[in-house]
Design a protein around this ligand. Structure first.
Ligand code: NAP
Length: 427
């Protein structure tokens, strides 16, 4: 009797232990599933759970659940709008260097000054190739042919308005006509990534000196700081407002379009003062940053041109190399870390790339000792006559971290800019 009781107690204990063990296994399993579901949800619908997924986990999970993110050269050609331009041309060159087939969109393929440097890339020892397609932002359906079968589109074309086009043309050429580009992307059915060349103008806004801008900033923040100028009515009157609003509105529009469509992701690149070697004489656009570097190298103070003062000479130059900007665009199409709505500031890597005009002048003197007179700003007793407002400070840290971008030193960039001006006989 006593023995039977003991056996029953032992059996019951074993049973309870067994049940507890099973319960522990079930809990562990549920925890793993819950974590996976949470991470998958944050990838599919954004970070709704409040937990940012670690990058390496993101890639693994994306591969596991088959979410398309980022392209490779085997996925198909990449189309580049604004290919004839300063940034667009370098994007084409970079893609070709990585073995891509590039559909270069230009307004006029018979304009040798704008396309010869692109066609010459086919003669160089690059793994990829380039083919020209005509397209105009103002014409609906203009990019249908160029985007057909493409895995990604890099949209670097825009009516930039280096003091030529009206503010309204700048706005329409960037925002209003972007609908045409997005329409062609949708029609293609093959585009997985759309990378838009936005601008730091969509980020920067009035802030105290020394404030460091990041991708979380938008030009429409701190509206009071604009003292009444930040209005829709000012689009047709003020070029800076038109440009900033166009870039910011375009960004918001493309992220929404991509989210609704579901077949492609939209990513933006937000460059600041882009300089670096020019690929053709046509890249010396009047009023561009590279144009002003040339004026300095020609001995004119910043803002002066042909004995006319076109702008103030004090400024904080926050410089990025055009080749880095180009590479960031390509990485924006490839990187699994980028997602719909990702934006990347392309500015100085660190404070070495941020210089007041008088500091830039000193650096150019160091890099080009053979040039007798280099322009800068007005000085008094070896010090700047006027104080410069210390803004915009910003670094391309997120692009380096998430996209894996490596950057040129500011010395390489400035030297490369001057040397390219010599090579095209403008200096
Ligand atoms: N450079 C900078 O410092 C900087 C900084 C921030 C952002 N960005 C942005 O970067 C992009 C490229 O600028 P960029 O410096 O390379 O300027 P760019 O050299 O003037 O290039 C602009 C390109 O857009 C094309 N384009 C203009 N209007 C067009 C239209 N109606 N239809 C089709 N194409 C048109 C031009 O073609 P054509 O050759 O036929 O004129 C050119 O290829 C722009 O979106 C600009 O806002 C530039």
């Amino acid at each position: 009797m006593f023995e039977n009781g003991l056996i029953a107690i032992i059996m019951a204990s074993i049973g309870i232990l067994f049940l507890v063990r099973i319960l522990v296994y079930i809990c562990q399993f549920l925890l793993i599933v819950l974590k996976d579901v949470k991470e998958m949800a944050s990838i599919v619908w954004g970070d709704i759970t409040g937990t940012e997924v670690k990058r390496e986990n993101r890639q693994k999970i994306q591969e596991r659940i088959g979410i398309v993110s980022g392209i490779t050269k085997t996925d198909g050609p990449v189309a580049v709008t604004g290919s004839s331009g300063y940034i667009g041309s370098r994007v084409v060159e970079d893609l070709m260097g990585q073995g891509y087939q590039v559909h270069a969109c230009v307004r006029d393929s018979s304009n040798e000054k704008k396309v010869d440097h692109l066609l010459n890339l086919n003669e160089q020892d690059l793994e990829g190739s380039v083919e020209l397609f005509e397209g105009d932002l103002f014409k609906r359906g203009s990019y249908d042919e160029a985007f057909a079968g493409c895995a990604a589109v890099i949209h670097a074309g825009a009516t930039v308005g280096f003091n030529r086009e009206t503010p309204q043309e700048v706005y329409d050429g960037c925002f209003t006509e972007n609908e045409h580009v997005i329409e062609s992307v949708r029609k293609s059915g093959s585009v997985k990534r759309f990378v838009f060349t936005s601008s730091f103008a969509a980020v920067g806004h009035p802030r105290p000196e020394g404030y460091v801008f990041t991708e979380k900033d938008w030009c429409g923040d701190n509206v009071e700081g604009y003292k009444g100028a930040w209005t829709e009515e000012n689009i047709s009157k003020n070029r800076d407002i038109a440009y900033a609003m166009a870039k910011a509105n375009t960004e918001k529009m493309i992220y929404k379009a991509a989210e609704e469509d579901g077949s492609f992701e939209a990513v933006s690149i937000n460059p600041l003062h882009v300089i670096g070697p020019l690929m053709s004489e046509n890249h010396n656009q009047f009023f561009s940053w590279q144009f002003w570097i040339l004026q300095l190298l020609k001995g004119e103070d910043f803002g002066n041109w042909n004995e006319r003062k076109l702008r103030g000479s004090t400024m904080l130059w926050n410089m990025v190399d055009v080749r880095d900007v180009a590479r960031a665009h390509r990485l924006g199409t490839e990187s699994p870390n980028a997602k719909n709505g990702s934006r990347y500031i392309l500015s100085a890597t660190d404070p070495s790339g941020e210089m007041f005009t008088w500091e830039l002048q000193a650096k150019l003197k160091e890099l080009f000792p053979e040039i007798e007179s280099i322009g800068g700003e007005e000085m008094e007793d070896g010090r700047p006559k006027e104080k410069t407002y210390d803004s915009p400070r910003s670094y391309c840290s997120l692009a380096r971290e998430e996209l894996g971008l490596s950057t040129y030193s500011i010395e390489e960039t400035l030297k490369g800019t001057g040397d390219s001006y010599k090579a095209i006989n403008l200096l």
